[in-house]
Design a protein. Structure first.
Length: 201
């Protein structure tokens, strides 16, 4: 690709991988991926920022989306999304792709939990996976998608929140790996990631 010749080789390779991962994850629009790319370059390769235009990056994103975007009925993702919706009705903040690290994910959940409490809605715990967790699936480094979870009050306990999460996942047909403790994350086994971005979703 011509755009790669304008950038430091490491920068170009990392940008391409980041774009492909975001396309295959299926949560961001082309414009949102563009902003992620610009922010990444500003933070890590500031000298390359003027070597490629927004238009060239947008063209690159479109080409990669045509090549790498998932297709089909999103059966697995919609099943997981339904589980998250049911968890929400039980007072568990459940977030898809919550930040990049566990710390990001807990911060995002805590913010929403505070909003729920202010609105008078019940909140007992949280559940999420991060982009880092999802990347292990996308890169075929693991067949386990890990979910972090926790409780907000003494009752229910973190283990009890975990049991609620596992029960809903199993009812939906997912195969689970978990030792029943708060120290071990819950994992969904052998999940095929099939989400793709839909405009105005």
């Amino acid at each position: 690709m011509e755009w790669k010749n304008k950038l430091d080789e490491c920068c170009a390779d990392e940008l391409e991988e980041m774009v492909i991962d975001n396309i295959r994850a299926g949560f961001l629009s082309d414009d949102e991926i563009l902003e992620e790319c610009k922010e990444y370059m500003e933070d890590n390769y500031p000298d390359d920022c003027d070597n490629i235009t927004d238009g060239e990056m947008s063209d690159m994103i479109r080409v990669l989306r045509d090549k790498y975007q998932n297709t089909g009925e999103q059966e697995n993702f919609l099943k997981l999304d339904s589980v998250f919706s049911k968890l929400g009705k039980q007072g568990i903040v459940a977030l898809h792709c919550a930040g990049y690290t566990q710390s990001d994910g807990f911060d995002d959940c805590n913010e929403i939990a505070s909003e729920w409490q202010e609105d008078g809605d019940p909140v007992v715990g949280c559940c999420f996976y991060t982009m880092q967790d999802l990347e292990h699936i996308l890169h075929k480094e693991s067949d386990l998608l890990y979910f972090s979870f926790g409780n907000y009050f003494d009752e229910p306990t973190a283990e009890e929140v975990g049991q609620i999460i596992v029960k809903e996942l199993e009812i939906a047909g997912f195969h689970i790996e978990w030792d029943g403790t708060a120290d071990k994350r819950i994992a969904v086994k052998d999940i095929k990631w099939d989400k793709y971005y839909i405009e105005n979703e």
